[in-house]
Design a protein around this ligand. Structure first.
Ligand code: IMP
Length: 404
């Protein structure tokens, strides 16, 4: 940033919905390419563009700034939704240059059905976008990849195998029709399909600046999150290496994005959750409704053990703190500082999180970001995470994000 050549990773530090899209939009002008390395249309980024609210799910949100968009092999892409999203932004007068990995996995309507059926049994509260089934097919080595959209024989064979292997009953067996539809969407994106790992490394080696856009958050990571209440990919920094083919030493800086409080969509442990009237008030003030599903988000206090953990495992150098305006006007602000489980204190979230109690501290509230109490709040976050808070956002517009 600021003229230095660098490749920057943007990683959610909580349960997703931290405002990553807004921060990416703020920073994107400094980069030559914006990329995604994990997930698919389960993500939801809301960006205000020319005064209009644009919701993204699958493209990297930096495309709005006219940047090259690279969609890595680690993604699970629904071709229909991708084509619709490209059409949507073209209608806004944006014609992005998009590169899609031939190795990324394909999400079909069968995966969406399987996701809904499976979620009735395991109750994760997924976004029903077919993401989990696309990844389990990937790891079973039966998945459909983007390259398969151009070979009818392979595509139909894989669709048939998928029907056979998934014993969850779905009332659809016309693999031929599904294959035809998928191939139609394949035709529309064919020009964009490439060896993205080579393109991105050539860009890096020729001194271009790359922005890696994380989706969801650290605590939805399939390895480090609150398993099984997680998404099915690596949302943490390691996902960039495997999901784009970028060597770790090429990631120059990691910026963590954290909301001034905590929210979660779907099931799973949430130690600092606030329910009842107080929770309702915070949800309304923050407009906490899911960008993908419209579901009311669960809300709670800031959880510093979570931020410490996210900083540690992602190597976060800097933090962008979002939605600080939502906490404005509260006389006192409660912050989770550590956990107590089975009589023992923990400064990082322990695995049996749902059995822990949170120890809180109260700090004085603030009325604006120049208030001394706000500065104390920032200092506390910096002390506890050992990362610098360098950006603060206090509203949805681009001008509402400021450097500290
Ligand atoms: P899936 O990614 O649709 O399989 O959903 C798994 C879990 O991750 C559910 O709790 C979802 O609500 C949550 N999730 C997935 N994507 C997002 C996101 O972009 N923001 C917040 N939560 C998400």
């Amino acid at each position: 940033m600021d003229g230095e050549c660098m490749n920057l990773a943007i990683i959610g530090m909580q349960f997703g919905d931290e405002g990553k899209g807004k921060i990416v939009d703020y920073l994107a002008d400094n980069f030559d390419a914006v990329t995604r390395f994990s997930g698919g249309s389960n993500a939801g980024h809301t960006v205000i563009y020319n005064g209009e609210k644009i919701k993204f799910h699958i493209l990297p949100s930096g495309v709005l700034r006219g940047k090259i968009a690279i969609m890595g092999n680690g993604m699970a892409i629904n071709p229909k939704k991708l084509v619709e999203e490209i059409n949507m932004i073209e209608n806004h007068g944006i014609h992005p240059k998009v590169f899609i990995s031939s190795k990324a996995h394909v999400v079909t309507e069968i995966h969406e059905d399987l996701d809904s059926e499976l979620d009735k049994l395991i109750k994760i509260g997924t976004t029903r976008q077919g993401i989990g089934p696309a990844y389990y097919e990937k790891y079973r080595r039966t998945g459909i990849r983007i390259a398969d959209l151009f070979n009818r024989e392979i595509l139909e064979k894989k669709l048939k195998l998928m029907m056979k292997l998934n014993d969850i009953h779905i009332e659809r067996n016309d693999t031929s029709t599904i294959a035809s539809e998928l191939m139609e969407y394949g035709k529309k994106i064919k020009e964009m399909v490439s060896d993205t790992e080579i393109i991105i490394n050539n860009m890096i080696n020729s001194g271009k600046n790359i922005l890696f856009e994380g989706s969801q958050g650290t605590f939805l990571d399939v390895d480090f999150g609150t398993y099984p209440y997680v998404t099915s990919s690596n949302t943490t920094v390691g996902g960039i290496v495997t999901g784009l083919g970028v060597p770790p030493k090429k990631i120059d800086k990691v910026m963590g994005i954290a909301k001034a409080y905590t929210t979660r969509v779907g099931e799973g442990p949430f130690p600092t959750e606030v329910e009842g009237e107080e929770g309702k008030k915070l949800r309304e003030k923050g407009g906490e409704y899911g960008a993908t599903t419209g579901r009311a988000r669960r809300v709670g206090y800031l959880d510093l053990p979570m931020l410490r953990y996210a900083t540690t495992i992602n190597g976060i150098d800097e933090i962008a703190l979002t939605k600080v305006d939502v906490l404005q006007g509260y006389p006192m602000i409660k912050i989770g500082i550590k956990y107590k489980c089975h009589g023992k204190e923990h400064i990082y979230p322990p695995p049996d999180l749902h059995k822990c109690e949170v120890e809180y501290i109260d700090i004085d509230g603030w009325n604006n970001i120049n208030d001394e109490n706000f500065k104390k709040y920032i200092k506390l976050i910096e002390k506890e995470t050992v990362a610098r808070v360098t950006l603060v956002s206090y509203g949805p517009k681009r001008e509402d994000t400021v450097k500290l």
